[in-house]
Design a protein around this ligand. Structure first.
Ligand SMILES: [Zn+2]
Length: 92
């Protein structure tokens, strides 16, 4: 969802999505583009679980959507939050 949009907190490079199967579960992470090239030289803070990051973004969007005024961007965000909530409900 956020691949190519989020930036690494360590070096500022764009982050891409990578998947990994661990304990029979599929995990999705956002990883710093620079880190992906360096491979084993992983640095703290340049990899984040997709779910954690996306939940954080959704919290911020919800907080924005709840503010009462007629900003068109806010209306768009409210629509996005509504759709995202509907999708999340379907997944459960
Ligand atoms: Zn980085």
């Amino acid at each position: 969802m956020l691949a190519g949009i989020v930036k690494c907190a360590v070096c500022g490079s764009r982050m891409g999505a990578v998947t990994k199967v661990k304990d029979g579960r599929l995990w999705v992470y956002y990883v710093c583009a620079k880190l992906q090239k360096l491979g084993a030289a992983a640095r703290r803070g340049s990899r984040v679980r997709a779910g954690d990051l996306e939940n954080g973004v959704m919290e911020q969007l919800r907080a924005l959507a709840d503010k009462p005024d007629s900003n068109p961007l806010r209306a768009a965000i409210q629509q996005f939050v509504f759709i995202a909530d509907a999708l999340a409900t379907e997944e459960q």
